[in-house]
Design a protein around this ligand. Sequence first.
Ligand SMILES: [Zn+2]
Length: 291
Amino acid sequence: MPLYILSFDIEDWFHIFHPAYENNPELWEKLSGRVEENTGWVLDFLSKHHLKATFFCLGWVAEKYPTLIKTIHREGHEVAAHSFLHNKVKNLGPESFYADTKRVINILEEITGNKVISYRAPGFSMDKTTHWAFEILHGLGIENDSSFKSGMYMGFPKKIPNEPFILKGEGFSIREFPTRTFNLLGSHQIYSGSGYFRLYPYHFVKKMFKSFDYEMAYFHPRDFDNHIHKYLNGHLLVSLRYRIGTNRSRSNIDQFVTDFEFRTLQNAIEIFDWNNAKIYDLLNGDNNQAG
Ligand SMILES: [Zn+2]
């Protein structure tokens, strides 16, 4: 059975990697947020299709809009963590990463009353140099991660598998759900979410999904906001990057969930055959069941 997971990273339009906005919570406070309205659209859309998804929520958003997180949880979606301040893990040392992750887990658990067991790093910022982060995640009760891109080395001796696998550290393991990439002129490109989904023609994404049994689709609320350019004014290239395809993203995702059967991460965990899963050693990248 194909395993197509649907996920959303719940953050605002200004949680992007750009020097004007990055790591600047004082500025974020002053900007007009769009995350409530755009996530509202996402929730209505999922309800219309009788679909459940996994929501990786930013702690900063949860603190500002607790009712939004409560609604996501109440509507039966999985609430997972996407850091508190949206810093790349590579830019944080172990101590700051621990503090940031603990903070997001605490606030999400306080709001929903449920344990948070899944995590996604901002900007796919995990690789071999951040192997220590997985031990911290494990210590904080995280059992599942979705921060890797597949098909790439990420500093390890072997490529990241193209399917869910087990990351093994010293005395612990975490299930990893990578986002698939394809090779475009020698560089690894994502196609299953966000700006890539907006940029590529839908028939290309559909063709890719049909070719594989495992896919991780991921979106942001801003991917469906066709007024986003009004907010990013003054940054022409950034504005173009986040605006592109927003005029057709709502109809494209509508077709997308009609063409494919999507599920939450939790549901995928239940049906995936973990006995035959690849095991990837965090320190040396050994892939003892690699095919
Ligand atoms: Zn993010």
